[in-house]
Design a protein around this ligand. Structure first.
Ligand SMILES: C[S@@+](CC[C@H](N)C(=O)[O-])C[C@H]1O[C@@H](n2cnc3c(N)ncnc32)[C@H](O)[C@@H]1O
Length: 237
């Protein structure tokens, strides 16, 4: 059977799954992630979960195609509602908005108690998700960037544990560490610097009174991002 190939975005999630993990993929759609891990023998069983029937049917089709049906358990459920505490110790939630990911984790506090490893890949609302994780006792141990076309994707590697306050700029860009390998980080910071400059300019043109404080907040984030970029570049010299 031909090996399944993952694109860089999903590959960055897959590579973080420990050998022998009790793995659940939430919002699995085609189940490419569990299928790749099973095919390589990294895991021996997987929970493939999705909110909708269509995606779960696609997951079943992938499992059949690669002869992995016996090793996958399919659950039609909202988030982790169909996963019992202890059934998984490593959970991927990729390809959803950051707020949906936070809602899924908020509805399953056992994940924190069971010390699960979380691999989260938010498509939007990254600052909101970082803040939510910090406020709910999770720590982002690492962030991995991957590129597909013109898009940069971020995977958060998360575990229960205190993370300490994030600055406003860190909520936007994640915490950076000296010596970490992150070839795409400079570009990521450049994009956020440009995005927050545009947002602050837009708010500066607004006549709505409530946009005054939002502009001040955005300018603070922008200044903080410039400092993070300067720090990052100084570490690369
Ligand atoms: C864009 S696809 C991502 C598929 C795959 N995880 C990936 O990253 O390529 C999002 C999937 O998440 C599912 N989904 C959205 N909200 C969900 C929820 N609350 N619980 C479970 N699945 C959800 C959707 O039905 C869809 O199949």
């Amino acid at each position: 059977m031909r090996p399944i190939q993952l694109t860089p975005r999903l590959r960055s999630v897959a590579e973080q799954v420990p050998t022998g993990a009790k793995f659940a993929d939430i919002g699995t759609d085609h189940a490419y992630l569990p299928a790749w891990l099973l095919q390589r023998g990294i895991i021996t069983k997987a929970l493939a979960c999705d909110l909708r029937k269509g995606p779960l049917d696609r997951a079943r089709a992938t499992a059949e195609k690669y002869n992995l049906t016996q090793q996958m358990d399919f659950r039609l459920c909202d988030g982790l509602a169909g996963v019992a505490p202890g059934e998984a110790d490593t959970i991927a939630i990729a390809g959803m908005g950051g707020e949906t990911i936070a809602d899924i984790l908020a509805a399953a506090p056992w994940v924190w108690r069971a010390d699960c490893l979380l691999l989260l890949q938010p498509m939007s609302a990254q600052p909101e998700l970082r803040r939510w994780l910090q406020a709910h006792g999770y720590t982002i141990a690492r962030e991995l960037l991957s590129r597909e076309g013109d898009t940069l994707y971020t995977t958060f590697v998360v575990q229960p544990g205190p993370m300490g306050e994030l600055t406003p700029a860190e909520a936007w860009a994640g915490r950076q560490r000296k010596g970490e390998e992150a070839p795409l980080r400079e570009e990521y910071l450049n994009r956020l610097v440009a995005q927050t400059a545009r947002a602050a300019e837009g708010l500066a043109r607004s006549t709505r009174p409530e946009d005054g404080p939002r502009r001040a907040e955005m300018e603070q984030v922008h200044t903080g991002l410039l400092e993070l970029r300067e720090e990052w570049l100084s570490w690369q010299r």
